[in-house]
Design a protein around this ligand. Structure first.
Ligand code: SF4
Ligand code: SF4
Length: 467
């Protein structure tokens, strides 16, 4: 729990925030939109989407699976249940069928010997590409053919968007972000109120809407409507470093339910105001809040088409890790043994492994790695929006047990995470299993271990902080 100097709690502890979110998530199912299109149109739209998403990479992946089964044990949903339908290679079966019937060189043959795709096939696909694939990329690490199942799964999510088969919770969040521009009601007003609350209760200033700033910081809905500690911690750390930073009313949200649902158009649309705002204020760096999927949503957005941007995008832990290496952070020792959970999207898929560890080293942390870590880290089971899905509860809970075993093997008192979705999922697992480990946010730990009164800019780099 974050405190001010007098040790007065400013906001509730995260476990209380989690309980509030759990209540909100339950209500989402009742608000789900009904399908509007005929079955035939829904099926055709799904097929057309898969055809449109198939480029050379996808065609090679769909052609080259040798059914060796190496990926099977790499997937936490298979490991946790032993059910072969959750093997990664099964998650591309429908896509392969569409490819073979519509695009492959022997399509004339496959049209003779296979049945057309039906709505029931797409309904069955929903569990495979939403509930049982967090797009973690672990299976791709072991595939001898280099098949990226997560990407194939993501294209199938897009096909299910077209077929009006997005799971209820993601469908509601997608519609809210599409039509109101908010997530869980986290509007610009909520941002302003949170900034006022932080100033009034903690005496911490958050520079809002500066016309020019070197660093633009994105917050997240969890921070704005629940966990005020996240934004408070960010502000404490940025102010400590003396950074020229700002939060902007025109673009402050990291979450992207376009990406999570598979709605490519919404994904691109949500990135526009962020990029435009960063350009307008002349930011050199865009810092993305502790929100795992926001990282690929911004870093690999299709609208950017690999083009050059006048600013660098970094995840919070990536940015702070670099600052620690540069000697911009003076931190007290972190007591107790800890382990670190790499969010799949920023770690395995983003490569940001060393920076969070540099931060922990800067706190002289007793860091013990899990038996499988970094590239081979196990997903917590809740990524890619799965933490929201009631239908995925069994899969999520069972796969979380792998994570618990991994953490327990370290003998750590606490597991440090740097993604709000992972944190919610860990909190859920902790609650359900009466698990005795603490779950800590990396940015909040950094804020709580700043050497008060010390100012930045010119401090000597901390021994051991460099990777
Ligand atoms: S990307 Fe992750 S969750 Fe999806 S099939 Fe591969 S290992 Fe399983
Ligand atoms: S490891 Fe690769 S080639 Fe082997 S079954 Fe899995 S996807 Fe196919």
């Amino acid at each position: 729990m974050s405190t001010v100097a007098a040790d007065v709690p400013v906001f509730p502890a995260f476990e209380q925030v989690f309980q509030g979110f759990a209540g909100q998530i339950k209500q989402l199912r009742e608000m789900a939109p009904e399908p509007r299109l005929s079955d035939e149109v829904r099926v055709q739209r799904a097929i057309d989407t898969l055809i449109a998403e198939t480029n050379a990479d996808e065609a090679v992946w769909l052609e080259s699976c040798i059914r060796c089964g190496q990926c099977t044990n790499a997937c936490h949903y298979f490991q946790a249940t032993g059910e072969t339908k959750y093997a990664p290679m099964r998650k591309m079966s429908l896509y392969r069928k569409v490819y073979q019937r519509e695009l492959g060189p022997f399509r004339w043959w496959y049209r003779l010997v296979t049945s057309p795709v039906k709505l029931k096939d797409l309904e069955d696909l929903q569990e495979l590409v939403y509930d049982s694939c967090s797009e973690c990329g672990r299976c791709a690490m072991v595939c001898p053919m280099g098949i990226d199942t997560a990407t194939l799964v993501h294209h199938q999510r897009s096909a299910l968007v077209a077929a009006e088969l997005v799971p209820a919770e993601l469908a509601v969040m997608r519609m809210e972000q599409k039509h109101q521009g908010t997530v869980f009601g986290a509007s610009a007003d909520a941002l302003h109120k949170m900034i006022d609350t932080i100033r009034a209760k903690a005496g911490i200033e958050i520079p809002l809407d500066k016309p020019k700033a070197e660093v633009m910081v994105l917050s997240s809905a969890v921070d704005l409507v629940g966990n005020g500690n996240g934004l408070l911690a960010t502000a404490k750390v940025m102010n400590h470093m003396g950074v020229d930073w700002t939060v902007c009313s025109s673009a402050f949200e990291s979450a992207n339910f376009g990406l999570l649902s598979g709605d490519m158009r919404l994904w691109a649309k949500l990135v526009h105001p962020i990029v435009q705002t960063a350009e307008r204020i002349g930011a050199k760096t865009l810092v993305i809040a502790e929100c795992g999927h926001a990282y690929p949503a911004l870093r690999w957005n299709p609208m950017l088409k690999g083009g050059e941007l006048p600013f660098e995008m970094m995840y919070m832990s990536e940015y702070l890790g670099r600052q620690a290496r540069a000697g911009k952070l003076r931190l007290r020792q972190l007591k107790g043994r800890i382990t670190y959970h790499d969010p799949c999207k920023t770690g395995r898929r983003g490569g940001a492994f060393e920076e969070p560890r540099a931060l922990l080293k800067a706190m002289s942390a007793d860091l013990v790695e899990m038996p499988a870590n970094k590239e081979y880290n196990w997903c917590c089971g809740g990524g890619a929006g799965i933490f929201l899905l009631e239908s995925a509860t069994r899969l999520r809970d069972e796969s979380f047990k792998i994570k618990m075993q991994q953490v327990n093997a370290t003998g750590a008192d606490a597991v440090v995470v740097s993604c709000a979705s992972c944190r919610l999922n860990f909190e859920s697992g902790r609650f359900k299993n009466h698990w005795d480990k603490r779950v800590e946010s990396l940015v909040e730990l950094v804020a709580d271990h700043l050497v008060e009164g010390d100012r930045v800019g010119s401090v000597t780099p901390i021994q051991g902080a460099a990777a």
